[in-house]
Ligand binder design. Structure first.
Ligand code: ATP
Ligand code: MG
Length: 194
């Protein structure tokens, strides 16, 4: 199995590059942001809880998020047979530790972590543009500042967590979508030959 964590700040291009990855390597995409937004759209109980956090730019509590991820994994065992792209998860050390255990229990592990590095001003510009184009409720100036703060405080420590495990691959996340994807393939392809 090829299990890839795609990692980076809000607006770093995780979703865009995940689309390329699932097509090229025949993987199953789990975007926790998409799972939550889908629940909001369908008006589920989980959606109502999630919306309150998302609109403030805060993270959904770890215990809830970890349960959601485990159930998505179990509901899609067959589609996930070749491997999974984890997009938006883990976002805290507790989530990363839970992911290790969850994958171990299922006889697999994280193969690599693709970290998209994008300068802060470009992140802000991309998110505000996306907000204008899509109307996504958390893509506005107030919420963005919180999301970037949460990223620095709670999520960026994961970089060291995965560096210590020899799994972190830093990718320059600026340029065209194709240029960035070429850089990603250059780190993934050697893993397939191994
Ligand atoms: P990108 O632009 O790179 O796709 P993003 O940060 O803009 O990333 P999502 O990953 O879609 O957006 O997440 C949107 C919101 O959903 C987060 O701000 C957070 O409130 C919530 N969320 C998503 N994943 C998690 C998670 N693993 N733990 C807690 N909250 C999460
Ligand atoms: Mg996304």
């Amino acid at each position: 199995m090829l299990n890839i964590v795609i990692f980076g700040a809000p607006g770093s291009g995780k979703g865009t590059q995940s689309d390329n990855l699932i097509k090229t390597y025949n993987l199953f995409h789990i975007s926790t942001g998409d799972v939550l937004r889908d629940n909001i759209k369908r008006g589920t109980e989980l959606g109502a809880i999630a919306k309150a956090y998302i609109d403030k730019g805060q993270l959904i509590p770890d215990n809830l998020m970890i349960d959601i991820l485990a159930s998505v994994l179990d509901d899609h065992r067959e589609e996930a047979a070749n491997g999974v792209i984890f997009d938006g998860f883990p976002r805290t050390i507790a989530q990363a530790e839970a992911l290790e255990t969850m994958l171990q229990e299922r006889g697999t592990s994280v193969t690599t972590v693709v970290g998209l590095e994008v300068p802060e001003q470009e992140l802000i510009d991309r998110i505000l543009l996306r907000g204008k184009l899509t109307g996504r409720s958390d893509d506005n100036m107030d919420t963005v500042k919180n999301r970037l703060g949460v990223y620095h405080n709670q999520t960026s420590p994961l970089k060291e967590f995965y560096q210590q495990r020899g799994l972190y691959q830093s990718i320059e996340g600026t340029g065209t979508i194709e240029e960035i994807f070429d850089r990603i393939q250059a780190v993934i392809n050697p893993l397939l030959e191994a």
